[in-house]
Design a protein around this ligand. Structure first.
Ligand code: SF4
Length: 358
């Protein structure tokens, strides 16, 4: 199996090229071809000598992945399905150190969402997920492995809209803070001058709040944060999100309150609405108490129905009155528009369907 170059820093690329006897400046050329021009193969790096490209190709590849499927929504949202060979070990070099028997074949999704002058990519960070949220198709599929930084970045360079992408949200399959080393490397590549050169304001990471790595994210990055809240009451939240027991919501909120979100950096809270479960006045009051005085936004999300789940989405009128009550108490609150419903754009739906069809 060849080693992927995607995700490597200029210093790491320099170590690669010098070990092959190629000039050190080749590292900069490779970074430019991968991260700026977003080519898919070493052979396309035409300012590197043919002999140099051949030497590189013996052991290395860029790491672009041809999508195994694509679904186009009537609203322009596009969902891509990618095959991955993933490992369960975490860490930045888990792939390079893995044995052939460590790999498991799986699938991941990436969703491109066009909106006025933006094209946002919703990326996956793991295949499956270990967090087991009851309302989530990905959670139901169990865990197949952490994506490498290369596999995360491959989602950006392997799609038709690669050069038109403007924003990224880590809201696809998996819990990004459960794969922090690889996600943080991918963010480094996206925001570095030698990488994609994006402002951190163009990136949002969504998490259920894995506390130790949430601290690292808040300290080490300047990107936006979205927290999957879904219920302000511990017991109810735990019944939907087992992670509540390990990382209680009040500790997550207490940590976030230690950081400044009054400037360019934003924190938002995701709240999927389940009729009769978390959409009552009691829940409005709970949220108002929990978020009092915070500079934040609450996004109310319509629930995409999944099989064998007892709750349906709340009605539009309930969502609107929920939004109005929070807004009246000074909490910026919006109802997230539903995108790509006709192509099962909710997290994990297409990969789950793919697995069932195999
Ligand atoms: Fe994992 Fe997110 Fe699904 Fe929960 S909602 S199981 S954290 S992917």
């Amino acid at each position: 199996m060849k080693i992927k170059l995607l995700g490597k820093t200029p210093a790491e690329l320099k170590a690669v090229v010098t070990s092959l006897g190629l000039p050190a400046f080749t590292a900069k050329q490779i970074a430019d071809w991968m991260y700026s021009k977003r080519v898919h193969s070493i052979d396309e790096m035409t300012n590197i000598s043919k002999a140099g490209r051949e030497k590189l190709s013996e052991k290395y590849e860029v790491g672009a992945v041809a999508p195994a499927g694509m679904a186009l929504s009537s609203d322009g949202t596009k969902k891509y399905l990618f095959p991955v060979s993933c490992v369960r070990k975490s860490g930045l070099n888990a792939y390079e150190n893995a044995q052939p028997e460590d790999f498991e074949d799986a699938a991941i999704e990436a969703v491109m969402i066009p909106d006025a002058d933006r094209k946002t990519l919703c990326v996956s960070s793991q295949s499956g997920c270990r967090m087991g949220c009851k309302f989530c198709m990905t959670g139901r599929q169990g865990f197949h492995g952490h994506l490498s930084a290369a596999d995360i970045l491959a989602q950006f360079i392997s799609i038709d809209e690669s050069q038109e992408l403007t924003n990224a949200v880590f809201m696809g399959m998996g819990e990004p803070l459960d794969n922090w080393e690889n996600v943080s490397r991918a963010i480094e590549v996206l925001t570095a001058d030698w990488g994609f050169g994006w402002s951190p304001k163009r990136i949002t990471l969504s998490s259920i709040g894995v506390l130790p790595n949430l601290r690292k994210y808040l300290e080490e990055s300047r990107c936006h944060l979205a927290i999957s809240l879904h219920d302000p009451f511990p017991d109810e939240r735990a019944s939907m999100m087992p992670v509540q027991k390990a990382y209680p919501l009040d500790e997550v909120i207490a940590m976030i309150r230690q950081y400044d979100f009054t400037g360019q950096r934003r924190v938002s809270f995701e709240y999927t609405m389940f009729a009769g479960f978390n959409d009552t006045k009691r829940h409005e009051d709970g949220l108002i108490r929990l978020l009092r005085g915070m500079e934040c936004r609450v996004n109310l999300i319509r629930f995409h129905q999944i099989p064998d789940f007892p709750y349906k989405t709340s009605s539009d009128s309930i969502m609107e009155s929920f939004r109005d009550r929070l807004s009246a108490h000074g909490i910026t609150c919006t109802i997230r528009s539903s995108r790509g419903e006709d192509i099962l754009a909710a997290c994990g739906m297409l990969a789950g369907q793919h697995k069932e069809n195999q």
